[in-house]
Design a protein around this ligand. Sequence first.
Ligand SMILES: [Zn+2]
Length: 190
Amino acid sequence: MKIKKAGHIEIFCGCMFSGKTTHLIKRIAQLKKSGAKIQVFNFHLDERYGKNNIISHDGKKIKCEMAKNSTDILKHIKKDTDVVAIDEIHFFNKNLVNLCTKLADNGKIVLTSGLDKDAFGKPFETATLIMAEAEYVKKVHAKCELCTDKASFSYRTNEDKNTISVGAKDKYIPLCRNCFNVEYKNRSKK
Ligand SMILES: [Zn+2]
């Protein structure tokens, strides 16, 4: 009898500069060491650090494939791949959730990483749903730019109202709940 390989879903999430991608890269390295065949995907608009690379804010870098949506990812997954890693999941629509569960149901380990909340402090639907489906959820934190407490909010420093606006330290700072609320109140008074 062939023993069925069990799959599962893992998620690393938090605000910007919280080390999500660092955790993802570490986990990928760990599984690679154990001999797993791994494919890594990132959202095609996220080219802050060059195409076909995932780079953490602390400078670690690995190769990846760029994908427009979940169909695109599915098309590129090879039959013998054991682990599918997807970075910046908040950029994908919620079809990604079905893909992740389908892959896990079929014995693959699915590693995901992304923002849990947008620049206005509202949850990203895709990340929220993957958190519910995942067997392992790791919330990571940055250091609040204003008071050095643990930060879990990504505060956008310009007035751009779009939910998605790709950027780094030029547009966002990590804030704790208290500083985030204070900054938002001050902004609305302007
Ligand atoms: Zn703070």
